[in-house]
Design a protein around this ligand. Sequence first.
Ligand code: KIV
Ligand code: ZN
Length: 402
Amino acid sequence: MAITHPSFGTLDDDRIIIFDTTLRDGEQSPGFSMNIEEKLRMAEALADLGVDVMEAGFPIASPGDFESVQTIARRFAKDGPVVCGLSRTAPADILSAAEAIKPAARKRIHTFVSTSPLHMKVKLRLEPEQVLELVTGSVTLARQHTDDVEWSAEDGTRTEPDFLCRCVEAAIKAGATTINIPDTVGYAVPEDMIRIFTMLRERVPGADTVIFSAHNHNDLGLAVANTLAAIRAGVRQIESTINGIGERAGNASLEEVVMALRTRHDAIPVRNNITTPKILKTSKLLATITGFDVQPNKAIVGRNAFAHESGIHQDGVLKDASTYEIMTPESVGWTTNSLVLGKHSGRAAFRDKLKALGYGDIGDNQLNDAFRRFKDLADRKKVVYDEDVAALVDDEVVRGND
Ligand code: KIV
Ligand code: ZN
């Protein structure tokens, strides 16, 4: 059934809202903090990428965080993504978030409280009934400042099911329009996502009037898989970060979730507003700003994501890239794939490289000699660069002429 949402109007059943938290949860990764100017640059890139909601920060956390959220809200005063500020349940938190996001054309307060037995007892030192009161109070207050309110059950995936249903019901009654169940500690497996979201959608009164959201951490490397499972269980907002940055092992990576949805539309037929060819430049901007590159084998945006080294793969890719590529490099912003020369590379890739370097007319004997010498070199070096190949062939040509 289509839902009418205060910020998005009527949403088709297959529409996924992309909530980006690079500037909030992402920034909580040790060493990844950004100054206001950097956050604004990143916010503009995220808007250009097409995210629907941008969690710009946690305004009560520091004067700098307040100012960055407010600056971003001012930047999107006329149009742009929904600008969201995080808050705990305390009125001062909520009022700070409300004030910071005020200038934005579309704004959201995201308020959360822990609901798991462990967090309630050890962290909050509160009884479940007291937590329920906080849910109602915080959402009610947030609703006085914006009609777009998200409520999150921190440590939701380790929360006792009946109590989770009661909290979600209280949040909906108080006016929450998005219900987020974070896997705060990255403990869940995909089956948990199906179980929890199916239960909430079936059991909680009013569940059909709100958007359910998944927010998965990556402690077991399952954040993306869990997010996809959540979508299959009816979740229509996913929370993620560029390059998967975030607390500890990070959050679900936006680029991985979006490209999984695009590549496997047959299995999960939903759609979103991300302009995928802008993914790589957004990823690189974040890496430049934070000073942290992604690992070479990172899906989608890693240097090796579209690089082929083995002869068998290179030969296949030269014949038809789809033999070893499930999406095109251009679809995520790379200009091309790359055939990296190394000890596993074959003659086809070597010849192709020679052509690209302007040695297309080299004779067969010289090619064979150069290829043999290239293999010797590749045994000694991890990667053979273009200049190494050029040197090999130049040397071969000189020898051939002697
Ligand atoms: O992981 C988490 O529980 C969070 C909440 C604040 C939404 O980031
Ligand atoms: Zn989180």
